[in-house]
Design a protein around this ligand. Sequence first.
Ligand code: SF4
Ligand code: SF4
Length: 432
Amino acid sequence: MLSSDFQSLEALRPFASKCPRCSLCKFPPLVRVESAAHSGICPSYEEFKVHASSGGGMLVMAMSLLDGRSEPTDTVRRIAFGCHACGGCDVACKFSADIEVQETILQLRAKLFVERGPLPGHDAVLASLARRGHPLPAHDTDLAAALAALDLSSRDGASVLLWIGPHHALDPHRTKTLRRALSLLDRAGVAWTTLGDREPYTGRAALEIGDRASFRAFAERAARAIEGSGAKRVVCLSAEDYATLRADVPRVAAVRARVSHVVELYDELLAKRRLTPQARIARAVTWHDTSYLGRLSEPFVPWRGVARKIEGQIEIYDPPRPVRSGGGGCYEPPRRVLGRIPGLVLREMPRRREYAFDSGESGQAAAVLPDFARASARRRAEEARSTGVELLVTECPQSLALLESACSEGGSGLRATSLTDLLAMSVEGDLS
Ligand code: SF4
Ligand code: SF4
């Protein structure tokens, strides 16, 4: 019996063993390629230029380890974790196949973690999770203390539970954006509440490092906190929490509340005219589909079934198997929000939506190979620059931090900003 909740690398063997090394996972589908300069989808392959550092290469390593043909050496670990676990290879492969590349990469990491422990850099992240409740070792404040210091008071009759996340609580730049988001919601009359200092981390860093036991503990806490609050709707400020609560936590514990991202809420409030952009922002902008808000947020769909062969050749699943191919991410809402800001012109990057190029934000690669994460951000900023825009807009704290830095290095005047900040400027008429 097969299941969509792959609990081990072995459970992925039926899929991983189908890979013919066609290498299509290194590129967006050909029909979606718009320029030779931006025809890759895999940041690790672009950086390291070896097949091992691609989705197909990860499958080869996984199968080899399972079969005992190789060992979990330091080289294997460096390659498996020198990747953003961004899912680009997964959606590129699924354009023509149904191989679970992203699931295999995460289970490969889990196997390496069990057999060899964390890499230097990841050990600090895990120590911070254990001691401080968040994955940001550079911040020595507890997550609970940082959330309490925000002093967020609830509104009467709250219908929305806001999920703040560690980046907005701990990083002063992101806290400013959080305050602007709250001000927009107040202006629109949204009755929101938070869990205050009881909001746990959703656990994604542990999942990406391969520490499944730790992830399970965080996921169970997060699900319990949501259930205990009685919330019908959770609105995440962070794209990482949005992806994790939709796609990963439900494999561990039920989340019955509807999970949204704040960008989706802005979109609804603008459509109902509860928010009205006023100030004209005469700028050309482009939108970065961060992996967490996009393809990695496609919801998990439980499934159990069997594989059968027709005429000994064509494989079918009984019942039909749902395949997460990335199209179920949050793509239209941010574009509609940008489209409602007077004067703003959206110019799309060649790689977008489920085929966007990761800017180094995901996979905990930044903790072990910071130069690689910075290089991915520089590649994405260069792609934004090629569209001739002045502003690169996204809504993900990790992505924004990397892109701000990459844009400042380019010397072309390109700047990265958050959608919240841009919308607040127009709605509040403050263009300073
Ligand atoms: S993972 Fe998919 S796209 Fe990549 S080489 Fe294998 S079959 Fe081809
Ligand atoms: S997850 Fe991203 S970085 Fe890793 S192999 Fe796939 S496309 Fe490349």
